[in-house]
Design a protein around this ligand. Structure first.
Ligand SMILES: *Cc1c(COP(=O)(O)O)cnc(C)c1O
Length: 499
């Protein structure tokens, strides 16, 4: 080629052959092995004598394969998946950003990867220094006074945070019964409040998609333990009256919990501790680039103001003279919420990300994430309905109102997006928007990738007008066509059984 082909004219996807794949059980043939052990050079021990009743003679049917068969099986399966390493993953509220390889490199350094939680403190000073430094960075980023890294996910962080709130009110001899949750909240918020024993009271959003401050003032009373607020909210809108919200709560002795899963919109620009938040969680697997797919492990640190510090889970990292160590002697603690000290490998990755970016880099990241969301908004708002015109932060929420007139709903558009080579956006959430399309590009995407996404969404809007059936029955390019989601949810078949 003499002339460079502009990337966008290539389009995003082509049909690509992938092989069909049986189950390992189906491929198995007796006697195949993927290992070879050296001859035994110690006396053989009868496992029954060692293990007693826990010893099983019959291990059931296990597949028998060679090494290359196993490698090919899993490698082929991995090519069926969509991943952030393949392309844009605009799943709103999830912050599916790229996981920089430097994080992985650092987490695999032998002294860190092989450290054991039962190692004595004197031999763990380096590992503990990482915990200390990450805690300091996150306290600085959030503007809070203290932190625990123990919780293993965002929802687990919420649970821990609300336990702190409960312990705080109980310590004042005033256990309260209510937790307020706006109607725009992530589903985990009301679930957390209920699991912690609170009555959940819903707060309506106003026309801007924010908490209705007058309505809030009416419902906060001496029985209110806290308000759980996501900021920016799940429609990607910043609560501009957050100070007033905090004042209303504090005047009645209630606390402000912030769901910090959306910190990708604030990191390096605004600190929850400075706008009245008492306790919050972070999702390291969202804002701080630790892996999100593959089922985790996640990490949901909880940062709080000094008034909640006595209740933090044990152990708490402290200075013991020149050394670092764990303090288990904390009479007011809510206790442990996680084995050992949390998902330590995630701490290393998050710290590597924070240090690699530095303060200016983190701020730039936030600005790019917000810019990318607004670039998409600007380029799609003529075709897709924007239910809230309030300025968008890191994500933009459209509704399928115009497409619904043609019988096409948000889920159909999302399935058609798969044919264009993208992971779907978040469908039908938040609930306050009927037929929501929730799109969060994150800062990871280049202008070129964003343009491809916009082209795809525009092409689909046109298809809805001209050939709605094409969209209705999408996806057409995948190994499996549209599934019966109701049956899959109600009658799942989760087990393979030999014939
Ligand atoms: C992702 C998310 C959560 C829950 O985090 P998990 O790690 O999935 O438990 C809570 N709130 C909001 C707003 C989120 O986006």
């Amino acid at each position: 080629m003499t002339e460079a082909t502009p990337r966008t004219t290539l389009g995003k996807v082509r049909a690509h052959q992938t092989q069909n794949e049986g189950l390992l059980f189906e491929k198995s043939s007796p006697g195949k092995r993927a290992y070879k052990l050296p001859p035994l050079d110690v006396p053989e021990v009868n496992p029954g004598a060692l293990l007693g009743e826990s010893h099983r003679e019959d291990t059931g049917a296990l597949p028998e394969l060679s090494e290359i068969e196993i490698i090919r099986h899993f490698t082929r399966l991995s090519t069926w998946n969509y991943a952030i390493d393949l392309g844009m993953y605009p799943l709103g509220s999830c912050t599916m950003k790229y996981n920089p390889r430097v994080n992985e490199f650092v987490s695999r350094i032998e002294g860190l990867a092989e450290a054991h939680p039962y190692q004595p403190e004197s031999l763990s000073q380096g590992s503990l220094a990482i915990v200390e430094l990450l805690q300091k960075c996150l306290i600085e980023i959030t503007g809070m006074d203290a932190i625990t890294l123990q919780p293993a996910a965002g929802a687990h962080g919420e649970f821990t945070g609300i336990l702190l709130v409960r312990a705080y009110h109980e310590s004042k001899g005033n256990p309260r019964r209510k937790v307020l949750v706006p109607d725009s909240a992530h589903g985990t918020n009301p679930a957390t409040a209920a699991v912690c024993g609170y009555q959940v009271q819903n707060i309506k959003s106003n026309a801007l998609g924010m908490v209705d401050v007058d309505e809030l003032a009416k419902v906060v009373d001496e029985d209110t333990a806290a308000l759980m607020l996501t900021n920016p909210s799940t429609i990607g809108v910043f609560e501009s009256e957050i100070h007033k919200i905090a004042d209303i709560l504090h005047a009645k002795g209630a606390l402000l919990y912030m769901d910090g899963a959306n910190m990708n919109a604030l990191c390096g620009r605004a600190r929850p501790g400075d706008f009245g938040v008492d306790v919050m969680h972070l999702n390291l697997h969202k804002t701080f680039s630790t892996p999100h797919g593959g089922g985790g492990p996640g990490s949901g640190p909880v940062a709080c103001k000094a008034i909640l510090e006595p209740f933090l889970p044990t152990p708490v990292l402290v200075r013991k003279g020149d050394a670092l160590g764990w303090n288990f002697d904390r009479p007011q603690t809510v206790g442990r919420v996680r084995a050992y000290y949390g998902n330590y490998g995630m701490f290393i990755r998050a710290l590597a990300y924070i240090l690699a970016n530095g303060p200016d880099g983190l701020r730039q990241t936030t600005e790019d994430a917000v810019l990318n969301a607004n670039y998409i908004r600007k380029n799609l708002e003529d075709l897709y309905e924007l239910p809230y015109t309030t300025a968008s932060m890191h994500e933009v929420v459209f509704s399928d109102k115009r497409q619904a007139a043609k019988g096409i709903r948000t889920g159909d558009i999302a399935k058609r997006l798969i044919d264009y080579g993208f992971h779907p956006y978040t469908v039908s959430f938040p609930l306050i928007v009927s037929g929501a399309l929730m799109i969060e590009p994150t800062e990871s995407e280049s202008r070129e990738e964003l343009d491809l996404f916009i082209d795809a969404m525009r092409a689909i809007a046109k298809e809805v007008e001209e050939n709605p059936d094409l969209v209705k029955h999408a996806p057409h390019s995948t190994r499996v066509s549209r599934l019966d989601e109701v049956t899959a949810a109600r009658k799942p078949v989760l087990r393979w059984k030999p014939q």
